[in-house]
Design a binder for this molecule. Sequence first.
Ligand SMILES: Cc1cc2nc3c(=O)[nH]c(=O)nc-3n(C[C@H](O)[C@H](O)[C@H](O)COP(=O)(O)OP(=O)(O)OC[C@H]3O[C@@H](n4cnc5c(N)ncnc54)[C@H](O)[C@@H]3O)c2cc1C
Length: 283
Amino acid sequence: MLRFDQYVRPKTTREAYDLLQQNRLATVIGGMMWLRLSDRTVPVGIDLSGCGLNEIEETEDSFVIGAMVTLGQLEHHEGFRQMTRSVFTNGVHDIIGTQFRNLATVGGSAYARMGFSDIVTSLLPLDTYVEFTGAGTMRFADFVNGGAARDVLERIIVKKHDYRASFQCLRNSATDFSTLNACAALWDGQWHLAVGARPKKAKFLEGEDLGLPARFSPEELDAACQRARDLNYGTDRRASAAYRAELAEVLSRRAILEAAAQQDVATELRLAAEAAKPKGVSA
Ligand SMILES: Cc1cc2nc3c(=O)[nH]c(=O)nc-3n(C[C@H](O)[C@H](O)[C@H](O)COP(=O)(O)OP(=O)(O)OC[C@H]3O[C@@H](n4cnc5c(N)ncnc54)[C@H](O)[C@@H]3O)c2cc1C
């Protein structure tokens, strides 16, 4: 069972950060869905729910997501869903159930960077930044690769672009962890690809590492998917490394092709509205 010797609910993230630095074993509490599974006594539990981080704000150039925003809140945010082509919504869709997603937070998920995370994989290929109280703002990809120890994550910022994007995953059964997941996004004329649940932390490919031009030939697509296949994979009870490598190639290809086939958001909305119109009855 998880126990706290002391529970604090600071009003500001600076206060939370200072408490975190004062005690090496102090622990930040997000939605507590993952933390509650541990069996230990924490000297100081720092609950961020009083710090005003539970809003999604749309600015001229970004969606600014407070760390305490729940997976459910972001999953159902229509503007964010449309812009990002549902990659987050599809990524979290099979995580346990509605009640769970209404408690687990985007910040707790991004900070923990779990190997199996669908959330990390869905946010990595977008133009995503994370804002910390101590370390300031950095690219999410740089944080996933190592940055910001013992800090308070305040916000996740997703810059606005005309994204073409798709999330794909394979689960052995509904609500199980992904056996492998992949997310591709095209923005600013560049492709970005994340492959996660390898089963280790997601890997991110872009630029020369991915080698995929905005408009690609079948051979260029084959080469990019081969690069996804060549990432390092591990074996666990869900799948072997060899099976994951196969999956990485297939899911990356599906994600890239699905994203590449998308129209701009306005056209897709118009086509969806036309398709939904009742058809005329002919005499
Ligand atoms: C049974 C189960 C099944 C799951 N299945 C999936 C799945 O299939 N796919 C998937 O992607 N995820 C899955 N998850 C993970 C889940 O989606 C969340 O990512 C996870 O619960 C963490 O979010 P939380 O808000 O509960 O964080 P918490 O449990 O509160 O915290 C997690 C960690 O992050 C730290 N932390 C939290 N917030 C902050 C912050 N703002 N700043 C700094 N540190 C912080 C905490 O100290 C802790 O170390 C699963 C979790 C559980 C319990």
